[in-house]
Write a protein that binds this ligand. Structure first.
Ligand SMILES: Nc1ncnc2c1ncn2[C@@H]1O[C@H](COP(=O)(O)OP(=O)(O)O)[C@@H](O)[C@H]1O
Ligand SMILES: [Mg+2]
Length: 268
């Protein structure tokens, strides 16, 4: 099982869109995929139609339910979700006083390692304890960056955070790549930001996610793009990104956190 955190402390850059649609694309490719909603806004939960599911990540993080009980199946083959809700903020505050508080999610994920090939964690717009848990539990991180003015500024804070997590919490954490999102080829700004990412950040994915009405509509229909508009440019882009991600994961050193058996489990 590989675990990937989709993170950027900026809001509205395409984290949830990327987590949900990448997951649906890998599920479509036959990979057993789990989305963990680690954002109290619970947008990934509702985008996958799981907003009424219970228990939720709040209960799991506080030890009141197991992760297995929390995981909900979706309408799509190979695609499950661990739903979240607004009370996740409270869970984050309650965890703050616990020992080993960064590793709560990592330990929980060991329990479901045999069931999934890929776990995508949708992080919220902060670098707080929940995001730290996601990074500590992840083999690697993907950072979506919107093709907009000042996009690169937020990125340096994220890269610095990843370095700090590597130093203090999880030396094996990889930056799997930066992905340019909401690209509008008609604007000079989009072209400039995408070109800057590709020239300054070597891990930038070749795939660029286009700005697309279909991508922004899909969540309100509670369907991922590969189902809502399967032949659209957005669907094609997320399939291509899924292929790139799986190739990068396959190239990682095998010393990842999770074995397939929960017994020889986690090395925290
Ligand atoms: N490629 C895209 N094209 C058009 N709209 C997009 C695209 N990616 C994201 N959006 C829209 O932009 C908003 C923010 O995206 P979202 O994925 O929720 O960002 P984040 O999770 O980083 O806050 C949402 O309304 C989403 O539907
Ligand atoms: Mg989001």
């Amino acid at each position: 099982m590989s675990v990937v955190a989709v993170a950027n402390q900026k809001g509205g850059v395409g984290k949830t869109t990327t987590a949900v649609n990448l997951a649906a694309a890998t599920a479509e490719m036959g990979r057993r995929t789990l989305v963990i909603d680690a954002d109290a806004q619970a947008n990934a939960t509702s985008a996958l139609g799981a907003q009424h599911a219970s228990p939720r990540m709040y209960d799991v993080l506080l030890g009141e339910a197991s992760l297995s009980d929390c995981i909900a199946t979706t309408a799509w083959h190979n695609l499950d979700v661990a739903p979240s809700s607004m009370d996740l903020v409270a869970a984050e505050m309650e965890l703050a006083s616990r020992p080993e508080r960064e590793y709560v999610l990592r330990r929980l994920l060991a329990e479901v390692a045999p069931r999934y090939e890929l776990v995508l964690i949708d992080c919220g717009p902060s670098l707080g304890l929940m995001t730290l848990n996601a990074l500590a539990a992840a083999d690697g991180a993907i950072a979506p960056v919107q093709c907009e003015y000042l996009a690169l500024e937020g990125l340096s804070a994220l890269l610095e955070t990843i370095r700090r997590v590597q130093t203090h919490v999880h030396p094996g954490l990889q930056l799997l790549g930066v992905v340019a999102t909401m690209y509008d080829g008609r604007t000079r700004l989009s072209q400039d930001v995408a070109a800057q990412l590709q020239s300054h950040i070597s891990s930038t994915f070749d795939t660029i996610i286009p700005r697309s009405i279909r991508l922004s509509e899909a969540p309100s229909h509670q369907r991922p793009i590969v189902d809502y508009a399967p032949t659209s440019r957005g669907a094609e882009a997320y399939r291509q990104l899924a292929g790139e991600l799986l190739r990068r994961l396959a190239a990682l050193p095998t010393s990842t956190i999770y074995r397939d058996s929960p017994v020889d489990g986690v090395r925290a």
